[in-house]
Structures are given as C-alpha cells and as structure tokens.
Ligand binder design. Structure first.
Ligand code: OGA
Ligand code: MN
Length: 269
C-alpha cells in the first residue's frame, strides 16, 4: 500500500510502501506528486542502473547525449565523471537547461555513495515563491524578460576568467525567457538562479539587484528543503520549477549519484 507524506508544507513528498515500480498507480502517484509537490523522495529503493532507467522511462522520455549513455554519473572525481569540472557549478542555486529552448521536465538521482560530511541536495520551490509574492512585486515582475547564460553560471565560482575561458563562454548559447513563466496550464514559476545574467533593458546594477533579491526571496527557509542522502535513496524533482544546488562536500569524497533526465515538452516562454 503506497503512502505519501508532505516533507515541507510548501514542497516535497515522501512516498513509502512502494513495492512495484511497474504498478500503474505508483507511476500515476509519482507523476501527480511531481506536478504538485515539486520533488519526491523514495528511500531505500537501491535501484541499479537498469531499474533506474526502467523507472525513468515510465515517467517520460529519457534524454540521452547518445544511445547507451542514459545514466550520467554525478561525481567530482574526474575518473568517474567526464563533467567533474563543470559540476562544480552545481553548488550555486540553479535550474538545469535555462539556456535550452525546452527544459528537462524532471531529474532523477539515485544515491550510490554519500559524502562523509555535507553533500546534501537542496531544493527551493519557485512556484511557492511566486505564489507568496506581494501583489506589488508580482506587478513589478510582470512582463520582464531575463537572459540566461553559461558565463553567468561561472561568475561566482570563477570571478576572474582568463581570456581563453571568456572566449569559451562566448561560444556557449544564451537564452531569453520571461522572468515569470506562465505555463500552458496556468501555473506560474520564476526562471532565476545562477544562470540569470541580466534583465532585458535594465541597468546592469539594477538588474543584478533585482535578480539577487528575487533569489533571496525564493530561497527562504519556508520554500526550501535540504535532503541528506542515504545510499539507496531516490529523489525526482520538477526541474522546471525547483531551484536546486548541491551542498558543500569534499571533492575527494566518494559521493556519487546516478542521474537520469526526463525530457520536457514545454518551451520557456
Ligand atoms: C544536477 C545537480 C546536484 C547534486 O544533477 O543537476 O544539480 O546534489 N545535482 O548533485
Ligand atoms: Mn542541476
């Protein structure tokens, strides 16, 4: 008998009693939870790659850079992950794919090894943050457009890029979207985080101030949850509406997550 329990009033649900990941009702509940609660946690599942992939496929279309590479290893150890360098950017609040046209719908992480200290993953609901904005702020943000860039994602981790790095950043795509995203189903969320470079048509200092203010609002305790991993945990989150970040851990630690990405079907507006 599967049961669900809210993790925080504004976001998150823990699903217990899961016996069969092929059960239609389990899949339906997971999809429903993802839509309304932002992320879901199932402890102790201990999925291997094959089972993770099968479960992911029940939730949607699994995105992959190439056939056979559906599972991405999240680790700061260059021997385990080809993107270890890039993953350092995950310590700042972000939404994945803000420079794509269509963001991933959901991300699944399974925990294979934990860090000895730290290494949690924290989530902040931009739906809840938007819903709780005072009316005057909603008015202020209405109609604003924001440009996201790879360069912006690097600005805190690497505040003084070399010429070479700058040249590399400029080859990466940027993407403009509305700051407040109204989805086809009418729900609203905020498209912010480390990749938010500037607000279109606003003075750089004003723009930075507004984006920082909005990020600070969204990452208040009441809209957040930090998950402390245990081996075997599965967490799935709605990438389009949850800001997320890895909490600090020793890069030499064993911390390893296996990740699958569920393709999205709605473009940023
Ligand atoms: C990601 C990510 C955070 C973490 O996989 O997109 O941001 O805690 N991971 O590893
Ligand atoms: Mn991420």
């Amino acid at each position: 008998m599967i049961e669900t329990r809210a993790i925080r009033p504004a976001l998150g649900v823990e699903v217990t009693g899961v016996e069969d990941l092929n059960d239609e009702r389990v899949i339906a509940q997971c999809l429903e939870a993802l839509k309304w609660r932002g992320f879901l946690l199932i402890r102790g599942l201990n999925l291997d790659d094959e089972a993770q992939l099968a479960f992911s496929r029940r939730l949607g279309e699994v995105r992959t850079p190439a056939p056979g590479q559906e599972i991405f290893v999240v680790s700061l150890d260059p021997a385990k992950s080809r993107s270890a360098e890039y993953l350092k950017g995950t310590f700042e609040w972000h939404i994945d794919d803000t420079t794509h046209d269509v963001p991933a719908k959901a991300t699944m992480l399974t925990c294979r090894h934990t860090a000895m200290v730290g290494g949690g993953t924290e989530f902040a609901s931009t739906y809840a943050a938007y819903d709780n904005l005072p009316e005057r702020d909603r008015k202020r943000y209405e109609g604003l457009r924001v440009v996201h860039s790879f360069a912006a994602t690097q600005r805190l981790a690497n505040p003084n890029p070399t010429e070479e790095q700058l040249a590399m950043y400029s080859t990466m795509p940027t993407h403009e979207s509305s700051l407040v995203w109204t989805r086809q189903d009418g729900r609203k969320s905020l498209v912010i985080g480390i990749s938010a470079d500037h607000i279109v048509g606003m003075r750089p200092d004003e723009s930075r101030e507004l984006l920082d203010e909005l990020l600070a609002w969204t990452t208040q305790e009441q809209f957040c949850y930090a998950h402390q991993w245990e081996v075997g945990d599965v967490v799935i989150w709605d990438n389009t509406g949850m800001l997320h970040r890895a909490l600090p851990y020793d890069p030499k630690s064993e911390r390893t997550m296996h990740r699958t990405t569920i393709a999205g079907d709605e473009a940023w507006s």
